[in-house]
Design a protein around this ligand. Structure first.
Ligand SMILES: [Zn+2]
Length: 428
């Protein structure tokens, strides 16, 4: 979306000869995503999709204006979830579904999940790994206002090595053709790495995701082993830079985390067994950490049922699950830069905001957790000129919750107001 200077915008309205009706949001409390403290009793005015005024007190509506009464609640910028998978949701039947679901099934599901995500208050998400390039088609349909959903920064298919966490053929019987290459996101040398990144550029991806170590839910024994060489990671990153892509690395094990950081990735996802040296390296390189505590908690809870996961997955879920929140606490205390991300699609779409509770439990003050889900990721994604904070001139991407999240963070899970693209999707 292009920005227009206020004068040009005003001229356009005058030329059209119509007085545009405004939305006036009466906010009992306003958290702008940047400031250290909230403001109280403010009116935020949105016209033609943009914030045009922020005033103390509750402004009375003019003719045709709409008032959103959040006088007992809190208004925040639209939230960011920096790690989701909108093309699926893990269940007891996920392993067998791999053989049953077609592209159309996945595409239709993804539309439902995108809407749930938006209604939970998340107006921007990074989709870090899909199937059938469906996240890219979904992104395009949302941008064209054909279906409701968050702004999507799409990775397309994640990049792994053979047998690695995002090899889509793990666990298949040998009678199935199962030796995918760079197009399907499986690389085994730097040349493959370059081809995989360029294929994603051709596919229309916005960002690159690699799986630098084993993972919990793949049909493979180890959830933490390094699965790419530093040379392969570096080839991904240097090629990605040519196309303006940032690189996110799934990494649980300490060695794989360090290889990814030294290889130049922009964010570490999960980071479960991060050691002190890994944290020091991340601070030196300015690498962001996206903890996804929600995924850890969820797999641990499901693993209490001995039949929920395939037998090869369950021990990994029991081990990795509880560790992530402990690592989050250590990383936060040590000063690693943190962004909000959940790995939703493991846990249920629409439950994304539970992560706030887990972050606060892990020692991060509520205001910092909110910034990690608003202005911090907006800056990382280089869209902070448009969104990620509440200020005059920014897009009207706004969320309301009842009560005060600074005294009770769980209110983030009860979003009552969602506005995006000049449309109110949920109103109190
Ligand atoms: Zn993930």
């Amino acid at each position: 979306m292009r920005r227009r200077a206020p004068a040009a915008w005003l001229a356009a309205v005058l030329l059209a000869g119509t007085a545009q009706a405004a939305t006036l949001i009466h906010a009992g409390r306003l958290i702008d995503g940047v400031s250290a403290a909230p403001r109280t009793r403010q009116t935020v005015v949105v016209e033609a999709g943009k914030i045009t005024a922020i005033e103390p007190g509750f402004r009375a509506p003019g003719a045709g204006d709409r008032v959103i009464d959040l006088s007992q609640g809190t208004l925040l910028p639209g939230l960011f979830d920096m790690h989701v998978h909108l093309t699926g949701e893990y269940s007891k039947t996920s392993e067998i579904d791999e053989y049953k679901l077609n592209e159309a099934d996945v595409a239709i599901d993804s539309v439902v999940y995108a809407q749930r995500t938006l209604l939970a208050g998340f107006t921007t998400v990074r989709d870090l790994g899909d199937e059938f390039r469906a996240s890219i088609a979904l992104r395009n349909a949302i941008n064209a206002h054909k279906v409701p959903g968050p702004r999507i920064i799409a990775a397309g298919k994640a990049i792994a090595s053979t047998g690695g966490h995002a090899d889509p053929t793990n666990g298949w019987a040998r009678k199935f053709p199962a030796d995918p290459g760079p197009e399907e996101g499986v690389i085994n040398n730097p040349d493959d790495a370059r081809k995989a990144v360029r294929q994603r550029y051709k596919d229309g991806s916005d960002t690159i995701k690699i799986t630098a170590t084993g993972g919990v839910l793949s049909i493979a024994k180890n959830g933490a082993n390094p699965q790419m060489t530093e040379e392969e990671i570096r080839a991904v990153v240097t090629t990605a830079r040519d196309y303006g892509f940032k690189v996110a690395a799934h990494a649980h094990g300490a060695e794989g985390i360090k290889r990814a950081v030294r290889g130049g990735v922009d964010s570490i996802e999960h980071g479960t067994f991060m050691d002190d040296e890994g944290m020091k390296l991340m601070k030196e390189h300015g690498t962001y950490y996206v903890p996804t505590i929600s995924a850890g908690r969820w797999v641990y809870e499901q693993a209490q049922d001995p039949d929920f996961f395939p037998p090869i997955v369950r021990p990994k879920a029991l081990e990795v699950g509880p560790q992530i929140q402990r690592t989050f606490s250590r990383a936060y205390k040590s000063g690693v830069k943190i962004m909000f991300g959940t790995d939703t699609g493991v846990s249920k779409h629409g439950d994304n905001a539970r992560e706030f509770r887990y972050m606060v439990e892990g020692g991060m003050p509520a205001m910092e957790a909110i910034r990690a889900a608003t202005s911090v990721p907006a800056k990382f994604l280089e869209i902070d000129d448009r969104t990620g904070s509440i200020a005059v001139g920014k897009l009207g991407e706004l969320v309301g919750v009842p009560g005060d999240p600074l005294t009770d963070i769980s209110v983030m899970e009860r979003v009552v107001f969602v506005m995006k693209d000049d449309t109110i999707y949920k109103a109190p």
